[in-house]
Each structure stands twice: as structure tokens, then as C-alpha cells.
Design a protein around this ligand. Structure first.
Ligand SMILES: C[S@@+](CC[C@H](N)C(=O)[O-])C[C@H]1O[C@@H](n2cnc3c(N)ncnc32)[C@H](O)[C@@H]1O
Length: 247
């Protein structure tokens, strides 16, 4: 996994400025996370730190980002050098990073879908739980596990393609292809399908309660800029979903 993201770090960063990333993904995620003033936050699979920076700028008191890819963390640290926000970045695998400290909130956008087995998912969930204060919240974004492959093409107009060879089974690889610029350049990488039941089992096994799944929202500025109709496929056939739960 580290090598994959090491080789596409810069391209992935480019996709983060696409309309879908800004008006749907970021808007949904920040809405779910809510007020972060004065909170300590651990951002797992932080990538090049886009959400770590946003959460710190939105008032988080402490922000630690963890990612397995040294190239992703290099980009995150470059941003930190350009505009210091006091974010600490750690290169590590979430499955074995262990206890860092007790945080108010743990966030992870597009981490859990890299688990290809129940055991890997459980290890990731264990790290989330271990680093949360009692009563702390976990908020994540994830591939939408309920979307049937016959509808995967519905997100292509937003620059997001997803495919699966064969039926969706526990551990099936999914190939994601992102269009990263207006010239149509693309970048592809794999993650894995595990059922919602498996996710809920893993979260409950490490002590989480009140597990909720959330559909994407579109920012009012995105509707104004592109029309409601433009976003309808993204809402009716969600490419991703939010997850929230409490320890
Ligand atoms: C799709 S990117 C998302 C990055 C960032 N969270 C965002 O939303 O922009 C997925 C990230 O997960 C990281 N990743 C995948 N498996 C990981 C693991 N086991 N431990 C730590 N990071 C992991 C990758 O290196 C990559 O940076």
C-alpha cells in the first residue's frame, strides 16, 4: 500500500481540488465532524494532510496525522513548512501504530476500505478505539458498501470510476480510477470490499456504539455553481458514505 501511494501522491493531491472533492466529500465530512474548537484530533490515513490542515484551521487544539506512505507525509510536511499550523505527522501503518495518546476525536477518510480481511479491519478499528478518550467519537468516510456494481458508472461524470471483477464478496478488490485534471489524466489504485455487517462487527468488537452511516451532502455553493440536477447521481448512487460512532 505504501508503494502505491508513494507513486501517486502528487496526483492524488490534485484530485482533492476537484468539484466533487470540494462540494461533496469535504462538505459532507466537515458537517459530520462538526465543531472542533479546542479538540484534540487524530487523522488516520491522513494522506497529504488536506483534512488535518482544515481541521486545525477550524480550531482544533492538537492535530496528529498518520499515514503509511512516506511520499504522502512528505507532501504534508512540505505544506506544514510553508504554512506552519503545528500539525505532527507520523509515517506508520494504522494496523500496528498502537497507542499514540488519548484524543477527543479520531477521523479517517478512506482508510477502512484498505482492509482486505476481517482481521485487518479489526486491527484498524482497534487502533481507532485505543487512541480515543472514553466517550470520544470516530468519524470516517468510506466506499459506499451498499452500492451495487451495476451503478458504479454513475459517479464517472464527477471524475470517479470504480470497478469490480466478478461479484462483490468479502475481500473482493475494487479498482478506483480518478480523473485528476481537465486534460483527462487518470490515476488508479485498489481497495477492498467488506460488508457493512463486517464493519459493524469490527467497530462493536472494539467497544464502539451508536454506529451510523451517512449519505453524502452537496454544499449550497456547489448547487449554485453546477445545478441540483448535476449532483443528483452523486446523491442517489452515493460513491462514498460517512460513518460515525462513539466509544
Ligand atoms: C484515498 S487516500 C485518502 C487520504 C486522505 N485521508 C484524504 O481523504 O485525502 C488513502 C490513504 O490511506 C493511506 N493508507 C492506506 N492503508 C493504510 C494503512 N494501513 N495505514 C496508514 N495509512 C494507510 C494511503 O497511504 C493513502 O494516503
Amino acid at each position: 500500500m505504501a508503494q502505491v501511494y508513494d507513486s501517486i501522491a502528487q496526483q492524488y493531491k490534485q484530485f482533492c481540488s476537484s468539484p466533487f472533492a470540494i462540494y461533496v466529500e469535504t462538505y459532507t465530512y466537515l458537517n459530520l465532524i462538526g465543531d472542533v474548537s479546542g479538540k484534540s484530533i487524530l487523522d488516520l490515513a491522513c494522506g497529504e494532510g488536506i483534512y488535518s490542515r482544515l481541521l486545525k484551521q477550524n480550531g482544533a487544539a492538537r492535530l496528529v496525522g498518520v499515514d503509511i506512505s512516506s511520499e504522502m507525509i512528505k507532501l504534508a510536511r512540505l505544506e506544514e513548512d510553508k504554512q506552519p499550523l503545528g500539525i505532527e505527522y507520523i509515517i506508520a501503518d494504522v494496523m500496528d501504530v498502537g497507542f499514540i495518546e488519548n484524543f477527543d476525536i479520531v477521523v479517517a477518510s478512506f482508510l477502512l476500505n484498505y482492509a482486505s480481511t476481517k482481521d485487518q479491519l479489526l486491527k484498524m478499528c482497534h487502533t481507532i478505539s485505543t487512541n480515543l478518550k472514553p466517550g470520544g467519537r470516530f468519524i470516517g468516510l468510506n466506499n459506499n458498501l451498499d452500492l451495487l456494481p451495476e451503478f458504479y458508472h454513475k459517479s464517472e461524470k464527477y471524475g470517479l470510476a470504480k470497478s469490480c471483477l466478478g461479484p462483490l464478496e468479502e475481500g473482493s478488490p475494487l479498482t478506483l480510477t480518478l480523473t485528476i485534471d481537465s486534460e483527462g489524466n487518470k490515476v488508479s489504485f485498489d481497495n477492498y470490499y467488506l460488508s457493512k455487517q463486517t464493519y459493524e462487527w469490527a467497530l462493536r468488537s472494539v467497544g464502539f456504539e451508536d454506529i451510523r452511516w451517512h449519505n453524502p451532502l452537496v454544499a449550497p455553493e456547489g448547487v449554485k455553481k453546477f445545478s441540483q440536477e448535476f449532483w443528483e447521481d452523486g446523491i442517489n448512487y452515493p460513491y462514498f458514505v460517512g460513518i460515525s460512532c462513539q466509544r
